[in-house]
Write a protein that binds this ligand. Sequence first.
Ligand code: BT5
Length: 265
Amino acid sequence: MLPDNFTPKVHLFETLDSTNDKARELAKTGSNEGTVVVARRQTAGRGRNKRVWHSPPGGLYLSMLLYPKEAKRATDLSIVAGVALAQAVKTLLPKSKDVSVKWPNDCLVGWRKIGGVLCENLGEELFNLCVVGIGLNINASDEELLPFKSNPFSATSFRLETGGDFDLERAQAMLVQKLLNVYRHYQTEGFAAIQFLWEKNCGMVGKKVELRDSGTRPAGEHNPGHVGSTTGTFLGIDDSGAVVLSNAKGERHIYHSGEITCFWP
Ligand code: BT5
């Protein structure tokens, strides 16, 4: 358990391939829980499923080592980090901005993506060691985000939301503080408390959504190779962080992977 007055050690780099890889290296050489790695730019920043995370100078690229006591619950940390990211963005942006989480752990402002989370375990031997990586667009311009404008949820940055330069170090300090707070809350109160916060911060609960890709079959259903999409009402997440949808007949289905590509307000 990290103590209340815990101050993490921060390793700051000008350039890294990926902060998650550097954090992984540090974990393997015995770095403590709570250690933070920050890079001012990444040359091989990554998202989920080997996707690229565009990481030019002016953005926040941060990883923290967390060592959950129950290894099988390490996936919880991805939801923990999503809540912390949304709380940090909400605190830093003007109150008028509509900040929300999108399953599994994107952070949206006005339905445009401002940040994302990539949680990775350190393999079989070190299975209870986890790297929580977060990318947040701070001073990215419109041109820099152009490649993502046609994404289902587009892209934005602090600069685009506030109309000026934003203090990167202030954003970094807030994100670290929120991560530690939400992680502590998770450790003392359990996942149900985080599930509640996540759903409170999710603007899609009760709305009709489309979930797409091979993970769209209900958990447990034998349907190998199925790729496609499904629509349903977004009910929230279950106690493992999976998405819960109800179909037109009102039946509940649970999905462990997939992308929400569309929703109807
Ligand atoms: C994520 O993946 O959103 C997780 C991103 C995590 C990045 C952090 S940075 C620190 C740490 N070190 C790393 O190497 N990674 C972590 P995903 O949900 O798979 O979204 C990736 C998709 O978002 C891409 O396929 C693009 O379409 C889009 N994208 C890429 N860069 C973006 C950006 N800067 N802003 C908005 N969208 C972006």
